[in-house]
Design a protein around this ligand. Structure first.
Ligand code: AMP
Length: 218
């Protein structure tokens, strides 16, 4: 199963990516996670990406495409892969087509998680991440038992810089302008499947797997 997840920031791509990847036993590749790991390591790539991310803007295509090309060349992607947060521009989508054509491993399906803007703002502004284990909590929907402390490991919870209100608005604008056109791009290619990404996490996962199974059969 070779799959791309698309959807606005806060649509739940990261959460669903984890469950879908477990279900199909494939690696889940998140460009956002790769950038955040590089920022934590203070690598050159991290330094380059940080300013764009903090502003809610996209990291330039040349940088992002290179990272994905290298990642897809690794052996663990042989049984398939799930891309979470890439591509985010039509140029990245075209580059992905080229990369996969060269490997003779075309995409099976592009799954769109649909959610409305007000819900996105509620989800992102309440999100808190553990500094130690990376577990993601939500102050309203999935609160930890003690404010600011992770129930999984006792680590300190923080709010991602790009989940602050002004940056959330900017990320939504960027999504509408640069990423939403991918929906048409993949629809034209006959690869798009869309599901409502509202309700419980389990329900959304069931809907996602059903849509992927249907796509794999067609
Ligand atoms: P995410 O964790 O997917 O929400 O990504 C967080 C941030 O990383 C985004 O707001 C962008 O600044 C950057 N980023 C992640 N993936 C990409 C991509 N495919 N192209 C450009 N920037 C990206």
């Amino acid at each position: 199963m070779r799959v791309v997840l698309v959807g606005a920031p806060g649509a739940g791509k990261g959460t669903q990516a984890k469950y879908i990847a477990e279900h199909y036993e494939i690696p889940s590749i998140s460009t956002g996670d790769i950038f955040r790991a590089n920022i934590a390591e203070q690598s050159d790539l991290g330094k380059k990406a940080k300013a764009y991310m903090d502003a809610g803007d996209l990291v330039p295509d040349e940088v992002t495409i290179g990272i994905v090309r290298d990642r897809l060349a690794q052996g663990d992607t042989e049984p398939g892969f799930l891309l979470d947060g890439f591509p985010r521009t039509v140029r990245q989508a075209e580059a992905l087509d080229d990369i996969l054509s060269a490997l003779d491993t075309p995409l099976d399906v592009v799954l769109e998680l649909q959610v409305d803007d007000d819900e996105v703002v509620r989800r992102l502004s309440g999100r808190r991440t553990c500094r130690t284990c990376g577990h993601v909590w939500h102050v309203e929907f999935d609160p930890p038992s003690r404010d600011g402390v992770c129930d999984e490991c006792g680590g300190e919870l923080f709010q991602r810089d790009d989940d602050l209100p002004d940056t959330i608005r900017r990320r939504l604008e960027v999504y509408t302008e640069q990423t939403a056109p991918l929906v048409g791009f993949y629809d034209d290619a006959g690869l798009l499947r869309s599901i409502a990404a509202e309700g419980s996490v389990d329900d959304i996962t069931t809907r996602a797997i059903d849509a992927l199974e249907l796509a794999a059969k067609s």
